[in-house]
Design a protein around this ligand. Structure first.
Ligand code: CA
Ligand code: CA
Ligand code: CA
Length: 392
């Protein structure tokens, strides 16, 4: 089918105009030297398709008195107004439209009345009951957080294989706002672990739509994956704010934040992996047992991510969140999710004020998670200053 064959181009520019049917008037009689049929491509019911009949003049001046449809659901463009005179080699274009009102084949006739005679041109058209189809390809296979994803709508088609005029993608993360893009291909970088819903609505030339959906399962970057996100409490104002994820190796000493005579581990260098210590070397040779800050975020809403592939001869890592700066925008609800081998092992939330340091709990190397001990099961230190020298 014309538009289907030219699909790639047509998606950019709309369906291509069909080739005109040429009717050459013979020099002897000044009547056509070959029969001509104007055949329209199959189109959806409700659609309209236009083609041109091109008449090329003969050796004598020739006058077309009238062009009229005598049968069938066809019409001549009302702006085409005979009589028209054709000199040698002159071209006259008769625009004809097929109105696909009902399903099936349509026959018709265009009668051209010249001063020297009359000519009937058969017209044929076909209308189908058909609808556009939205097709999503790509985004297959195991995808880890932060790996680019491309989903493609090029296999979608308008009704009866005609071209499309619009694409609308909705990309919805496991939580958070949906992002909308409008092009045949959508690219994004999933930063949250979990199912990402992808929806594609296509629009064809008749304004008909179809929608398809796909789900892309996004996994952790390494076997242990700790993810921090944050949001304003309900009805609170938005704005920038900077919360920081901390994951502590058991060797962390740090400062005595609560002045109880015991060092608390936070901000230790190199055993607290956080923004000021994003890629420390821990334990055994090689990076698998090194905590790593895969994603830092200074404005919100996250995620910040710390990952590990293996425990390097130790059995646990503490997880905390420090509210570094609220930029005057107030409290935030911090959410920490911990994944082990693609499974969610902890999903905790706490409302924090600037300066709070929330000890969320401990990742054990058997893939389980223990909440920190404290009056509410977890622990929050207030008014914690950054201990390590920072540049922020
Ligand atoms: Ca941060
Ligand atoms: Ca202490
Ligand atoms: Ca190491």
């Amino acid at each position: 089918m014309r538009c289907a064959v030219a699909a790639a181009l047509a998606m950019l520019s709309g369906c291509l105009d069909p080739e005109p049917v040429v009717l050459t008037l013979g020099p002897a009689s000044c009547m056509p030297d070959a029969p001509a049929v104007v055949a329209f491509e199959p189109i959806p019911v409700g659609g309209h398709e236009s083609r041109e009949l091109v008449i090329i003049g003969c050796a004598f001046d020739h006058e077309l008195l009238d062009a009229s449809i005598t049968a069938g659901p066809f019409r001549v463009d009302p702006e085409f107004t005979p009589p028209r005179t054709l000199a040698l080699g002159e071209v006259l274009r008769v625009p004809i439209t097929f109105d696909a009102t009902t399903s099936g084949t349509a026959q018709g006739e265009l009668v051209l009345r010249f001063r020297r005679g009359q000519l009937a041109v058969p017209l044929t058209g076909a209308a189908r009951d058909c609808a556009p189809t939205s097709v999503i390809t790509g985004g297959d296979g195991a995808i880890g957080a932060f790996e680019p994803v491309e989903v493609d709508g090029h296999e979608s088609l308008g009704a009866c294989g005609t071209s499309l005029t619009g694409w609308r993608w909705e990309i919805t993360p496991p939580f958070g706002p949906t992002v909308v893009t409008r092009s045949p291909v959508a690219s994004f970088e999933p930063d949250l672990v979990g199912p990402w819903d992808v929806r594609l609505e296509v629009v064809d030339r008749l304004g008909r739509t179809d929608t398809s959906e796909a789900t892309i399962e996004v996994g952790p970057v390494r076997r242990y994956h700790v993810e921090l996100t944050w949001a304003p409490p309900l009805f609170a104002q938005g704005g920038e704010s900077d919360l920081d994820l901390h994951v502590l190796h058991p060797f962390a000493v740090g400062e005595d934040i609560d002045h109880d005579g015991t060092a608390d581990g936070w901000f230790d260098l190199p055993f607290d992996v956080h923004w000021n210590n994003a890629a420390p070397a821990w334990g055994f040779a090689g990076g698998d047992d090194d905590g790593r800050l895969d994603r830092d975020d200074r404005e919100g809403p996250g995620p910040e991510v710390v990952s590990l592939e293996d425990c390097g001869g130790v059995d646990r890592y503490r997880v905390g969140v420090h509210f570094f700066d609220d930029h005057g925008s107030g409290a935030r609800v911090a959410r920490v999710r911990v994944f082990f081998e693609r499974g969610l092992v902890a999903d905790r939330s706490a409302t924090l004020a600037v300066g709070d340091l929330w000890e969320v709990g401990t990742i054990l190397c058997d893939g389980t998670f223990e909440s920190a001990s404290g009056p509410s099961g977890e622990r929050v230190w207030a008014n914690v200053e950054v201990v390590a020298p920072g540049t922020r």
